[in-house]
Ligand binder design. Structure first.
Ligand code: NAG
Ligand code: NAG
Ligand code: NAG
Length: 449
């Protein structure tokens, strides 16, 4: 799954050479100290009190060292209260639960905080026997209606037990409020593993915005985009050449991954009449240097994708997709902030780049906003979460890449870390800060050691 480095690091160095701080260890790169929220040298999931260890998880299969969290979300409540969500898909046997939250009692523990199942262990304990519960959560998204959206793969260890599904939980009550099962024609059993989930609400409909949602899911090994319209209760699949890997970048070792990310332009509240006609959906294939976009109104128009098309209309639709540009390097996880800045972590380069939509996608406008070989490793989850002051914060789940290629990792090495930075700090090259109060101590800890 993991792609190895490509050979355009020179380009990267060229990009950042404008910002040289005196006395820097890496004079050409702008090293950024992220705030570390939590990190794990050892990740363990425990059977909650009052429950038996499931018999299906015998000692051999109960391989906790195979746990690979892939996604992260930070939820801010009032008064600075926060919760941190992780997905740990059941890519192998032995994953007790695939959607977890850092235990409240450990919400300010830096190293190896305890995880607890979300919303409860009962949701995870059927191991593919009850398709209405969670089989294998892989991606989450928190929308502006206090909903946690979850995409469930339905697979355990590559075997499709249940159809993939989209779930939404109310973050105030932690109750399920919506469920949609993806139709068989829109995914490939055992192949469709979703790497991105984005949700958009229509806030031009006062009071009704939270009864709607458009959900977008990337299927990188099936080379398609799944779009779900909650108000119609209908989904459709979009597939074309832009979602496929670049054949020249798919050597044996590197896999061949197509559309890997989904990001959506922010709403343009300042525009007359709240016109959203210009909003776009951005994506890229992992095995590609290209960033691609398409108007959101086109993607959202069910009739364009659900009716049979002749070649001519198919070609017309293909023309709606625009190559934004080439970065000459691969990037993995991507997220967009509420000002239209698109962030992407570069593969094997320990760097995060930013580009503002509607500017040229070239070396003058692609900026390296952070570089840190200890923090930015293999970024499997990247989110822009809104804090309680209504500011955007960027959060990443960064893993030791060895874990994803079956390599060995020293037992006390940091395997996974959740790192964050205010979006404004990144763009203005300031020290990272986030709202979560106890982190002030963490920052001081780093200064002292
Ligand atoms: C941590 O959890 C406790 C409950 O155990 C809560 O009172 C507190 O506000 C939380 N702190 C943060 C910063 O979220
Ligand atoms: C299946 O899981 C759902 C969600 O956890 C639950 O409400 C339901 O009772 C379960 N069904 C059975 C037969 O256990
Ligand atoms: C969807 O596309 C069809 C065909 O181009 C068009 O007639 C229709 O107006 C579009 N619907 C919306 C809501 O944009």
């Amino acid at each position: 799954m993991l792609l190895l480095c490509c050979c355009f690091v020179q380009l990267l160095i060229h990009l950042v050479s404008g910002d040289v701080a005196e006395g820097d260890v890496e004079p050409l790169l702008r090293r950024k100290e992220f705030v570390t929220l939590h990190k794990w040298s050892e990740l363990k999931l425990g059977v909650p009190e009052g429950y038996q260890q499931p018999p299906t998880l015998d000692a051999n299969r109960y391989a906790q060292d195979k746990l690979l969290p892939v996604d992260v979300d930070v939820e801010y409540g009032d008064d600075g209260y926060h919760r941190t969500f992780l997905t740990i898909p059941r890519l192998s046997h032995g994953v007790l639960y695939s959607l977890a939250v850092v235990a409240d009692s450990d919400n300010s523990t830096l190293l190896n905080p305890l995880l607890v199942p979300y919303p409860s262990y009962d949701w995870h304990s059927s191991f593919g026997q009850n398709c209405s519960s969670i089989t294998s959560a892989i991606r989450t998204f928190i929308d502006d209606c206090w909903r946690l959206w979850v995409v469930d793969l339905g697979q355990i260890n590559g075997i499709q037990y249940c159809a993939p599904q989209i779930l939404a939980f109310d973050l105030v009550t932690d109750q399920l409020i919506h469920r949609y099962v993806i139709p068989a024609s829109q995914y490939t059993p055992g192949v469709s593993i979703f790497t991105a989930l984005a949700v958009d609400i229509d806030d031009s409909v006062p009071k009704a915005e939270c009864s709607t949602a458009m959900v977008y899911i990337a299927d990188p090994w099936g080379y398609g985009l799944i779009v779900y319209d909650m108000s119609r209760g209908q989904s459709w699949r979009i597939q074309n050449a832009h979602m496929q890997p670049d054949q020249q970048l798919t050597q044996d070792k590197t896999g061949s991954s197509g559309i890997f990310t989904v990001s959506i332009s922010p709403r343009q509240h300042d525009k007359e009449g709240g016109d959203n006609a210009e909003r776009r959906l951005y994506f890229h294939a992992l095995n590609s240097f290209l960033e691609v976009s398409v108007p959101l109104v086109v993607v959202n128009n069910a009739s364009l994708w659900t009716q049979l098309k002749n070649t001519e209309t198919q070609n017309e639709l293909l023309k709606e997709f625009r190559i934004v540009g080439s970065r000459g390097i691969q990037c993995e996880s991507e997220a967009m902030d509420s000002e239209g800045n698109l962030y992407c972590s570069l593969i094997s380069s320990s760097a995060l780049i930013a580009w503002k939509e509607n500017s040229d996608y070239d070396s003058d406008h692609l900026k390296v906003v952070a570089y840190n070989p200890d923090r930015l490793r293999f970024v499997t989850g990247l989110k822009v979460n809104r804090n309680n002051l209504d500011e955007d914060e960027l959060w990443a789940l960064s893993s030791n890449p060895e874990l994803f290629v079956g390599g060995s990792v020293q037992t006390d090495d940091i395997k996974f870390q959740i790192i964050g930075c205010g979006v404004k700090n990144l763009l203005e090259n300031e020290p990272c800060s986030v709202v979560i109060n106890h982190l002030q101590n963490t920052i001081n800890y780093y200064k002292e050691h």
